[in-house]
Design a protein around this ligand. Structure first.
Ligand code: NAD
Length: 470
């Protein structure tokens, strides 16, 4: 990309931001009814255009399971909008806060004010829901939005651009397209807030750019989310949940269980149960349309390299798919389990983001906890088992963005829970009331009463000031 084109991008992007900001200043914060209407039309359009959505995702992935598009793109968007609508009135109300006794009858409250213009950068793995969920939340909080979706999902990005253009004026919602160069120019804009979903490495760059303008960020990043199989866990049920979480979107899910920690004595049982679970989930093999493809050749090769590196360094790589029916050139990747993976292997250092499951064994729960804590803080942690003591220990002594106990992924669809990472897996949260608050300014307002004791604290000072330092 030449400097000239970059300059043009920056110029265009700044122009959109200025127009959105001017409109925000002119119109003021949208009232409840308008925010609801904005959400309603988004929901209606998404439902009316489901067919186009399925087609766009299918085109981007080569093959995207229609079930996954429904359950992981459409359902979360619709559920998020329903949840926002139900709670918006309550969240928009000023929140009363207590005042110190010597300020009574003065009053304190918090008002959640829209920030202004929010920038959203979204990834390719769930290209519809990870763009529209933060967008709906930012609109619910009364903001205007500039969205930059991923260049690796061009059909969905084109769809999003058209959809949002049909629904909202450019000075309310605008979609900017392009790759890393446009992303970098986008992250340099002086937004009122920037929400980025993507990799930890790009998250670092985005935060640096945002810092130059003191733009607050929400970073939804990735990482290696462990699934801990407790010694008393039902192995069959745990293996099924892990297989479901791992193979959804062929492993291209930020909160997929990246690897499992299994007690030594259960490793082979878990492997057998995992193989059975994969067969149950994909009885027709990975050639079936129900099994999603890998997004690009680059990622396909990256997964192959992870396997060869693990093999070279002594790991046992086991095919767990019921068949190897890989049709044509549609970037299908057969699920594998990997026994004997160690910290020297790339597969235990990088986020896998594909259908490869390292099975790491441990002797006691302290060893499992240390294994997790020796690595960057994960986005999600899964614990399986009924023993309260081990569960308490794992949950108390590890730090992860979120946790699901006795299942995988399901914390993500709890609308009332905050969702986000910690440390290298991100900062800030959306979903739940926290999402509304992320895109709002919590303005504390104190209203002094006509009848007040304020004068007693004015100079010349007297003993009444002692009240305040007790
Ligand atoms: P990515 O970081 O490569 O790209 C994400 C977005 O950033 C894209 O729109 C891209 O164009 C843009 N971008 C690229 N370079 C940029 C730059 N220099 N400045 C600004 N923007 C730039 O991530 P990806 O490959 O699209 O997505 C996969 C990653 O996202 C995985 O690590 C996954 O764990 C993570 N992820 C996290 C969540 C979450 O909610 N925490 C959800 C989905 C994916």
């Amino acid at each position: 990309m030449t400097a000239h084109i970059l300059f043009k991008d920056e110029f265009l992007l700044s122009g959109i931001l200025s127009r959105q900001r001017a409109a925000f200043r002119h119109d003021g914060p949208p009232p409840l009814a308008q925010r609801k209407a904005d959400l309603d039309k988004l929901k209606a359009a998404v439902l009316a255009r489901r067919q186009e959505i399925e087609e766009a995702l299918n085109a981007d992935f080569g093959n995207r399971s229609a079930y996954e598009t429904r359950i992981m793109e459409l359902v979360p968007v619709v559920q998020t909008i329903n949840y926002l609508r139900r709670n918006l009135k309550k969240w928009m109300r000023p929140e009363r806060r207590r005042v110190a006794v010597h300020f009574i009858p003065g009053r304190s409250c918090i008002v959640y004010q829209p920030l202004g213009v929010v920038g959203i950068v979204s990834p390719w793995n769930y290209p519809l829901s990870l763009a529209l969920m933060p967008l709906a939340t930012a609109l619910a909080a009364g903001n205007r939005v500039m969205l930059k979706p991923s260049e690796l999902a061009p059909a969905t990005t084109a769809f999003l651009k058209q959809l949002l253009q049909d629904l909202y004026p450019e000075n309310q919602v605008s979609v900017v397209t392009g790759g890393p160069d446009v992303g970098a120019a986008f992250a340099s804009l002086p937004f009122d807030h920037l929400a980025f979903t993507g990799s930890t490495s790009v998250g670092r760059l985005v935060m640096k750019k945002a810092a130059e303008n003191l733009v607050p960020v929400t970073l939804e990043l990735g990482g290696k989310s462990p699934a801990v199989i407790g010694s008393d866990a039902n192995i069959e049920t745990a293996a099924m949940s892990v297989a479901y979480g791992k193979l959804a979107n062929a492993g291209q899910t930020c909160i997929a269980p990246d690897y499992v920690l299994v007690p030594d004595e259960h490793a082979e049982t878990f492997l057998d149960a995992y193989r059975d679970a994969v067969a149950k989930l994909h009885p027709d093999g990975i050639g079936s349309d129900n099994y999603t493809s890998i997004i690009s050749i680059r990622h396909l090769n990256r997964l192959r390299d992870l396997i060869s590196d693990a093999k070279k360094k002594g790991a046992r790589v086991i095919e767990v798919a019921p068949s190897r029916l890989i049709r044509g050139n549609n970037r299908k990747f057969a699920p594998v389990a990997i026994l004997g993976a160690t910290g020297e292997m790339a597969i235990m250092r990088e986020e896998i983001f594909g259908p490869l499951l390292p099975i790491v064994t441990y002797r006691d729960v302290d060893e499992a906890i240390d294994f997790i804590n020796d690595r960057p803080r994960p986005l999600a942690l899964y614990y399986f088992g009924g023993d309260c003591e081990s569960r308490r220990k794992v949950l108390e002594r590890t730090t992860s963005g979120n946790v699901t106990v006795n299942d995988t992924l399901m914390h993500y669809v709890q609308n009332d829970l905050p969702f986000g990472g910690v440390g290298a897996s991100g900062m800030g949260a959306y979903h739940g009331p926290e999402g509304f608050k992320s895109f709002s300014h919590a303005k504390g307002i104190f209203e002094q009463s006509r009848w007040n004791l304020g004068g007693l604290f004015h100079p010349p000072f007297n003993r009444l000031t002692d009240i305040a330092i007790r």
